[in-house]
Design a protein around this ligand. Structure first.
Ligand SMILES: NCc1[nH]cc(CCC(=O)O)c1CC(=O)O
Length: 312
């Protein structure tokens, strides 16, 4: 006698990118014999449209999913890991991180543009990004550029670019790739030059920690290298007492079973930049993140972060 598998209720935001990610997770779970139902949930980030830095608030895109998970309205939340605050949510756990998509940031120019590097942008070009991390690192390299805030999902941002509001915009290559829009990328930044956001390109699969059946099913989607690298970056950010709205970047490199984490913290205007790095066995990701954060703090990162917070 075969028992009918329990249905996993998967909570997702309704944006195209979120739906792509959730449908991907659904299909992977179904391949393993699970039954999955998608449940759309609106988050504050979908409702409010002001500049991200002003609406502020960590977890704008993730909190409602966590509330629904906690209330047992869903069994699994699929997050873009970079939008998920690093403070542990009571009773919830990141059960799996599937193979990570590319972590690079990309510049998108007008269709047919021949831009191929930051150096190829004209003087004072208008660059659209809402990310202080991207803004600070770009200004560090090109102080002349005119960085302006942009918001909305990937399609909205590309439409704003195409309407001529910006000369170029910056987006995560991961989102563009998932949406089949990689042909809109003019060039990608070298990860050694512009360090990605903590968790960029990774999905966080969150469950109730005590929901054994869902935990067992979801854990099969975990990719250990992606898990260790993304969680090392998150441990660094947590130890810096910073969030996804801070001028902080991170990069992980894996050689064999050794994980190397590099972190960067900048002033908002990009004039001051401190970088630190350390290596550890893959399983010691938590200690590695703390170690790199402490090196950054020793180099003055806490003062940069305090100053960045107090700026409008
Ligand atoms: N903050 C929005 C967000 N969250 C995740 C991605 C892209 C996909 C990813 O990094 O996993 C994006 C858009 C962007 O930064 O271009």
């Amino acid at each position: 006698m075969s028992s009918t598998p329990q249905t996993i209720r998967l909570g997702t935001r309704g944006s195209k990118l979120a739906m792509w990610q959730s449908n991907w997770v659904k299909a992977e779970l179904e391949k393993l014999g699970n039954v999955v139902e998608l449940i759309q949930i609106k988050t504050q980030g979908d409702v409010q449209t002001g500049p991200l830095a002003q609406i502020g608030g960590q977890g704008l895109f993730t909190k409602q999913l966590q509330v629904a998970l906690d209330a047992k309205e869903i069994d699994l939340a699929v997050h873009s890991l970079k939008d998920l605050p690093t403070e542990d949510a009571d009773g919830l756990s990141i059960t799996a991180i599937p193979p990570r998509e590319t972590t690079e940031d990309a510049i998108c120019g007008p269709v047919g543009s021949t831009l191929n590097s930051l150096e190829s942008l004209p003087q004072k070009a208008i660059v659209g990004t809402g990310s202080v991390r991207r803004a600070a690192q770009i200004l560090n390299l090109r102080p002349d550029l005119d960085i302006r805030d942009i918001r909305g999902n990937v399609d909205t941002r590309l439409a704003k670019l195409d309407s001529g509001e910006f000369d170029v915009i910056v987006l995560a290559a991961a989102g563009l790739t998932r949406l089949g829009l990689a042909d809109r990328i003019s060039f990608r930044f070298d990860r050694n030059v512009l360090l990605p956001a903590v968790g960029q390109g990774a999905l966080g699969l969150e469950t109730r920690a005590d929901d054994e059946a869902t935990v067992a099913a979801v854990a099969k989607l975990n990719h250990p290298e992606s898990f260790s690298s993304a969680l090392a970056e998150r441990a660094m950010l947590r130890r810096l007492f910073a969030g996804c709205l801070a001028p902080v970047g991170a990069r992980c490199d894996i050689t064999g079973t050794t994980l190397t984490l590099t972190g960067v913290v900048l002033s908002r205007d990009g004039k001051i930049r401190t970088e630190a790095s350390d290596s550890a066995p893959l399983n010691d990701y938590e200690l590695l993140g703390i170690s790199v954060a402490e090196k950054l703090i020793a180099a003055g990162a806490d003062k940069l972060l305090a100053a960045a917070k107090s700026e409008p």
